[in-house]
Design a protein around this ligand. Structure first.
Ligand code: FE
Length: 162
């Protein structure tokens, strides 16, 4: 019974999570609106997803399933399912990680300064759930000049219907 209640609560939380999309302000850096506690994330995510999304890990270069992925569609957050990127802005950066020159919509990806590993970088996280995605660099192609360097583990994909 207790398990059923727990499962039920998680299901309700997930639904609440996906319905919060419209509440995200698009003109400023939004606060995370999708909250799970650590135990809930551990239950919801695979070990590798947890390591990357919640502990800011990095998948090995060239190892990710979306590095050379070229299908048309949208890339979602593997934590909460929110749409973050599309195939239109994806390009081959040669870095070994899926790269995009722009986000799906302003406000979907949060940026913050990351000073770990003796470097100053811009960390990118899902604005909806706070999941770590990767880093943003300013050596991308025009029109933005940006490179959103993202772990495949942090992404899901929904193929565009033909
Ligand atoms: Fe998310």
């Amino acid at each position: 019974m207790r398990i059923m209640i727990t499962v039920g609560l998680i299901a309700v939380s997930i639904m609440a999570c996906s319905q919060n999309e419209n509440k995200v302000s698009e003109d400023k850096q939004p606060k995370n609106v999708c909250h799970f506690d650590d135990e809930e994330w551990k239950e919801k995510l695979t070990e590798e997803e947890y390591r990357v999304l919640r502990e800011k890990g990095t998948e090995p270069a060239w190892s990710g399933k979306f590095n050379h992925h070229k299908e048309k569609g949208v890339y979602t957050c593997s934590g909460c399912g929110d749409t973050l990127f599309t195939s239109r802005e994806k390009y081959n950066s040669g870095s070994g990680w899926p790269s995009f020159y722009d986000v799906y919509k302003a406000g979907k990806v949060k940026e913050s300064i990351d000073e770990s590993h003796g470097m100053t970088r811009v960390e990118i996280t899902c604005a909806n759930c706070g999941g770590h995605l990767g880093h943003k660099f300013e050596d991308g192609p025009m029109p933005t000049g940006s490179r959103y360097c993202v772990n495949s583990v942090s992404l899901g994909f929904i193929k565009k219907k033909e």
